[in-house]
Design a protein around this ligand. Structure first.
Ligand SMILES: NC(=O)c1ccc[n+]([C@@H]2O[C@H](COP(=O)([O-])OP(=O)(O)OC[C@H]3O[C@@H](n4cnc5c(N)ncnc54)[C@H](OP(=O)(O)O)[C@@H]3O)[C@@H](O)[C@H]2O)c1
Length: 438
């Protein structure tokens, strides 16, 4: 057997351990797995017990030793965080090494710079594990769906929030209670902000959007709202109206154009969303993820599975390592990069003004329980061109009532203008909730 491809691992935590376990036990897997070898592994704490049998001689506390080791041909970055991960990736690329990373935070913020450097150095940066854990979605978007004009990518791409929402819907327990359970089970971090505020989902939809539409968008401009303010009563009302609430991430092309020189307008957002119970995404529960891709001519195709965890995420990381290994084993005769594997942009995309995005809306208003209030609210919506799918009064047992409105598709701007007028009505005590529906 010829020389093995040397792998340098940055991180031996949840994902790194899963990767090491696969590499060290190639039996029963694709023959290429036996052509790779762990050369060097960076950790923060050399004394921490490890859940994988790894020779202590491979470990180092200096991640630059991994990147600079001449026998490391592929650097696998599974340490997380922005720095030093970004600098290590850039340094490895400059040294002519291909990268495999699970780090959505770095790719969503610095993907353009990293892809440019990789293209100049003639190396690959593969990111299958960065979105959807074990679900193959990155390579399908780059390769298997390459013949399509993609119209829309939408998905449940944060397992922690999906677990929390699923348990609230099933058991009626409060958000705070479920968050504690999720933290005890290891599904949520001690600081859950990245998940529950929607930032992790925004990182991932920025990455998917770039692959689906061929140009990156500014992740910082994606309107993002998490589930931390969601009330159990809204989940219950949505249920009564035939919907389930999920944290949905969406990127949609608003105008098709064949002109590659003009920028494509996209509507992208992350927010709790009412999904009709018969929709394919509505049944995605617990920590599972699912991504629905709509393209021409394929129609709708859904990718579903475990969105995180050592085994699923390592499965995606190793698939990327094998893609690079395969090319190295056969030898790159053309000296160029495989265009279906490389991270190319081929046009510009931009996000449209969020107030112009057209969506259905769910609104919950607190009002006096007085005759005619529904009619007056309905009139205000009518004055702003907002047509209503349903308007229902709930919980009128006290002096106050809750009125739930579901609109037809209108702009965010129309909703904002309507609510500004509705707030001034004497009977209206407040806007208690505002979400979108699909
Ligand atoms: N966990 C998942 O299910 C999952 C799913 C998809 C994507 N990801 C992504 O995968 C990456 C890794 O996640 P993880 O859950 O495996 O994280 P983790 O369990 O916290 O592991 C991080 C590893 O990196 C090491 N490390 C951190 N900073 C270091 C530094 N400056 N120098 C040397 N070593 C350092 C740590 O060393 P010590 O062990 O000594 O502390 C640890 O081994 C993240 O980008 C994450 O977003 C994770």
């Amino acid at each position: 057997m010829g020389k093995k491809i040397g792998i340098g691992l940055l991180g031996l935590g949840t994902v790194g351990t899963g990767v090491a376990n696969i590499i060290q036990k190639p039996e029963g897997r694709h023959p290429l797995v036996s052509k790779i070898e762990l050369i060097r592994v960076a950790v923060r704490d050399l004394n921490r017990p490890r859940a994988t049998a790894i020779s202590s001689s491979l470990l180092t506390q200096d991640p630059y030793e991994v990147v600079n080791d001449p026998s490391v041909e592929v650097v696998v970055e599974v340490m997380g965080g922005i720095e030093p991960a970004r600098t290590l990736i850039m340094q490895a690329i400059a040294a002519g090494k291909s990268i495999v990373t699970a780090n959505k935070a770095v790719i969503a913020r610095h993907g353009k710079e990293i892809a440019k450097a990789a293209s100049q150095s003639g190396v690959y940066v593969l990111i299958e594990a960065a979105v959807g854990g074990g679900i193959p979605i990155i390579e399908p978007l780059k390769q298997s769906l390459g013949g399509n004009q993609i119209k829309k990518v939408s998905g449940i791409i944060n397992g922690t929030t999906n677990y929390i929402l699923s348990r609230i819907a099933k058991e009626g327990i409060s958000y705070t209670e479920v968050l504690k359970i999720a933290q005890n089970l290891g599904y949520a971090e001690a600081d859950p902000a990245a998940d529950v505020e929607g930032f992790d989902a925004a990182d991932k939809i920025a990455i998917l959007s770039g692959l689906a539409f061929g140009g990156s968008i500014n992740r910082a401009n994606i309107p993002t709202k998490g589930i931390a303010d969601l009330k159990t009563c809204d989940i219950n009302y949505a249920n009564k109206l035939g919907y389930t609430i999920k944290l949905l991430a969406v990127s949609e092309k608003l105008k098709a154009t064949n002109d590659l020189t003009s920028s494509i307008p996209l509507a992208a957002w992350v927010q709790p969303t009412l999904i009709p119970k018969e929709h394919p995404l509505a049944g995605v529960s617990d920590v599972n993820n699912a991504i629905l891709v709509e393209g021409d001519p394929i129609g709708e195709v859904m990718f579903y599975g475990p969105g995180a965890g050592a085994g699923p995420t390592a499965s995606a990381v190793v698939a990327d390592i094998l893609n690079i290994t395969g090319i190295k084993v056969i030898g790159n005769k053309s000296n160029g990069l495989d265009p279906l594997l490389a991270a190319n942009s081929w046009r510009n995309c931009h996000l449209v003004d969020p107030s112009k995005i057209i969506q259905k809306h769910y609104l919950r208003l607190k009002t006096e329980d007085s005759p005619g209030v529904i009619g007056r609210i309905g009139n205000v919506f009518g004055d702003h061109g907002v047509s209503i799918q349903s308007i229902i009064q709930f919980d009128a047992s006290k002096a106050e009532a809750e009125i739930v409105v579901i609109t037809h598709e209108v702009t965010q701007g129309q909703i904002t203008d309507s609510l500004n007028t509705i707030k001034t009505l004497d009977e209206v005590k407040g806007i208690s909730a505002k979400m979108v529906c699909i």
